[in-house]
Design a protein around this ligand. Structure first.
Ligand SMILES: Cc1cc2nc3c(=O)[nH]c(=O)nc-3n(C[C@H](O)[C@H](O)[C@H](O)COP(=O)(O)OP(=O)(O)OC[C@H]3O[C@@H](n4cnc5c(N)ncnc54)[C@H](O)[C@@H]3O)c2cc1C
Ligand code: FES
Length: 493
C-alpha cells in the first residue's frame, strides 16, 4: 500500500503515513505451494492480525494470507484512536435498534479497549499506548442538543460519559460528550508485535500472496496466486470482502475516504482526543514523535471516487489547522478509505447463518481499532464454540442495502501527471500521462463488478465509486474487493 502514494510537491509535507514511516518493513515469505491449517485468515490488517493472534493463543493453527505487506492497508493509514465513542451513535442506536443491541455495541467496543490494553501490558508491547479521554464536541449551536442526548444515551448503556462545557480547544465549542478510559497507540508497533507471536509452530503469515477465491465449505479451500490453503474455517479480513456470494455483502457497504496531516504546532496540545459532531469532520489527536509532539489533523471524509479533486481536501485541513494553531511545519500527509455500512453498524461473524465455517468482518465506519478488535474477539469465540454476548447486533445477514454511488466522468485532455476517463478512438479509457509524457491506457471497468473507476488526483490512483476498489496507475489492485487488476486497453488517439 505505502508505495502507491506518488509524491506530489504541491501538497504540504511528505506523502507518507507516519505509522509506516516510523516502523521497519515486514518481510514474511509468500505461500509456496499448498498448505493446511485450522483457520485461514485473508488480510493482515487489525482484524486479520488480531484474529490470528487470539486463535494462536487458544492453540489453533492459522495462516494469514496478505496480498501485499501486513498492516499497510487501512490500518497503516488510520488515526488510531481506540475508543467506544464513535461520534454520536448511541442515542441513534437505542432508537433504531433498541436498548439491547445498543448495549451490545457499547460493551463490545469498550471491551475491545480493555483487550488491547491487556495485550499491550501482558506482552509488554512498546507502542505509545496511552489512556486518554475522548471528546465529541458541538462545533455549532445546532448540535448542542444532540450532545446532551448522547451523554444521556451513553450513560444509560453503562459507558463512562459526561457533559463537558469547558473544552481545552482554541476555538468556541458548544459543549461536548466526554468518555473516560479511552486510548490511543501506534497501530503498527502494536500489530507488528502481535504478528511476531503468530509465525511458527505450524502457524504462518504469508505476504505477497493474493487470495483469489474461496471454494468448498467443510473444509474450505482458499485459492491464491501462489497456491491453495485448506482449512476448517476461513475469515475474510480483507477490509472489503472479496467474495460476493453468499451474502452479497457489497449491497450493504460502500467506501469513504478521509485525509490526515501530521502537523507541528507551537502550542502545547491538550490531554485528549477530539472530533466534531458535524460535517465536514474535524478530528484531532497528538502522537509522541522524534523532535516533539506531532498533531494529527484529520477529516474531510467523502465517498470514494466521487470525482471531487482530492487535493482540495488536504487544503481544507491545512487551512483549518492554520486557523486554530500556530503551525510550525506540516511533516506528512496521507489518506485512506474505510468501509462504511449503510446502517452504521459493522458486519462481523458468520457471513450467513448457513455458512458455518465462513466468517467476515467489515464496515467499521472509520472506527476499526475497537470494532476490528471486537470482531476478532467475536469470531474467535464463535470458532472456538464459546458463547459471545455481542453477535446479534453485528449479524452480517441483517437486511438493508445501498445503491451504488453515481458514476461521473470527465472528457478532457491530459496534462503531465494527470489522469481522467476520456474518449480515445471511440472508446472510453482510464488514461494517465506520467510526468515524462508516457501515456498509460486502461479499461475503466472495475474488475470487481464492472463500475467505471474515477481518477484520484492527490494519490494518483483509480478509485471505484461502487465498492471502493483502488488501483495504481498501472492498473494493479491496491485495495479490495477487486482481486484482479484493470485490463490494459490499447487505443489509437
Ligand atoms: C483516515 C482514517 C482515519 C481513521 N481513524 C480511525 C481511528 O482513529 N480509530 C478507529 O478506530 N478507526 C479509524 N479508522 C478506521 C480504521 O483504520 C479501519 O476501520 C481499520 O483499519 C480497518 O482494518 P481492516 O483490518 O478491516 O482492514 P485493512 O487494514 O485494510 O486490512 C486488510 C488487509 O487485507 C489485504 N487484502 C485485501 N485483499 C486481499 C486479498 N484478495 N488477498 C489477501 N489480502 C488481501 C490488504 O492488503 C490489507 O492489508 C480510520 C479510517 C480512516 C480512513
Ligand atoms: S468495487 Fe465493486 S464494482 Fe468496483
Amino acid at each position: 500500500m505505502a508505495n502507491h502514494i506518488e509524491s506530489d510537491n504541491t501538497l504540504p509535507g511528505r506523502a507518507e503515513s507516519y505509522w509506516i514511516a516510523t516502523t521497519p518493513k515486514s518481510n514474511y515469505p509468500p505461500l509456496s505451494g499448498d498448505t493446511r491449517v485450522d483457520v485461514v485468515i485473508l488480510g493482515g490488517g487489525i482484524v486479520g492480525i488480531t484474529s490470528a493472534f487470539l486463535l494462536k493463543q487458544a492453540g489453533v493453527s492459522v495462516a494469514v494470507i496478505e496480498a501485499d505487506r501486513i498492516v499497510e492497508g487501512a490500518t497503516g493509514y488510520t488515526t488510531a484512536k481506540i475508543t467506544s465513542q464513535h461520534n454520536l451513535i448511541y442515542n441513534r442506536l437505542i432508537s433504531e435498534l433498541g436498548r439491547g443491541k445498543a448495549k451490545q455495541y457499547a460493551e463490545s467496543n469498550q471491551a475491545a479497549i480493555e483487550r488491547i490494553e491487556y495485550i499491550v501490558r501482558s506482552w509488554d508491547i512498546s507502542c505509545d499506548f496511552a489512556i486518554k479521554p475522548s471528546y465529541v464536541y458541538a462545533g455549532s449551536e445546532d448540535s448542542a442538543q444532540m450532545i446532551l442526548n448522547e451523554v444521556r444515551a451513553a450513560r444509560s448503556l453503562g459507558l463512562s460519559a459526561s457533559f463537558e462545557d469547558n473544552l481545552p480547544l482554541p476555538f468556541e465549542a458548544y459543549g461536548a460528550v466526554r468518555f473516560n478510559h479511552q486510548a490511543q497507540f501506534h497501530p503498527r508497533k502494536y500489530l507488528c508485535a502481535l504478528a511476531r507471536e503468530i509465525q511458527g509452530d505450524s502457524s504462518y503469515i504469508f505476504e505477497k500472496t493474493r487470495a483469489l477465491g474461496i471454494e468448498g465449505g467443510d473444509p474450505v479451500f482458499v485459492k491464491t496466486d501462489k497456491g491453495t490453503v485448506r482449512a476448517e474455517n476461513v475469515i475474510q479480513a480483507t477490509h472489503f470482502p472479496i467474495v460476493d456470494k453468499p451474502g452479497e455483502l457489497f449491497k450493504k457497504l460502500h467506501q469513504s475516504m478521509s485525509y490526515v496531516l501530521g502537523v507541528r504546532i507551537e502550542e502545547p496540545f491538550p490531554e485528549g482526543m477530539f472530533i466534531n459532531a458535524e460535517s465536514p469532520s474535524r478530528s484531532l489527536r497528538s502522537q509522541p514523535a522524534d523532535g516533539g509532539e506531532l498533531v494529527l489533523v484529520v477529516g474531510d471524509g467523502h465517498p470514494t471516487g466521487n470525482g471531487v479533486p482530492t487535493k482540495e481536501h488536504y487544503r481544507h485541513l491545512e487551512e483549518w489547522a492554520r486557523s486554530i494553531y500556530t503551525v510550525r511545519s506540516i511533516d506528512n500527509h496521507w489518506s485512506t478509505q474505510d468501509v462504511m455500512s449503510n446502517d452504521g453498524v459493522p458486519l462481523m461473524g458468520r457471513i450467513t447463518p448457513d455458512s458455518e465455517h465462513s466468517y467476515v468482518a467489515t464496515g467499521f465506519n472509520k472506527w476499526g481499532m475497537t470494532a476490528g478488535t471486537a470482531a476478532a474477539m467475536i469470531i474467535t469465540d464463535t470458532i472456538l464454540g464459546r458463547d459471545n454476548p455481542w453477535t446479534e447486533v453485528y449479524d452480517p445477514s441483517r437486511s438493508k442495502t445501498v445503491e451504488p454511488f453515481p458514476i461521473r466522468e470527465e472528457a478532457s485532455r491530459l496534462a503531465l501527471g494527470e489522469g481522467a476517463i476520456i474518449e480515445m478512438g471511440g472508446k472510453k479509457v482510464a488514461a494517465y500521462k506520467d510526468p515524462q509524457g508516457t501515456l498509460y491506457t486502461l479499461d475503466p471497468s472495475c474488475r470487481h463488478m464492472g463500475c467505471f473507476v474515477s481518477w484520484n488526483d492527490a494519490e494518483k490512483t483509480w478509485d471505484c465509486p461502487c465498492h471502493g476498489s483502488r488501483y495504481n496507475v498501472r492498473g494493479e489492485v491496491i485495495q479490495s474487493p477487486a482481486v484482479y487488476g484493470l485490463l490494459e486497453k490499447k487505443v489509437k488517439d
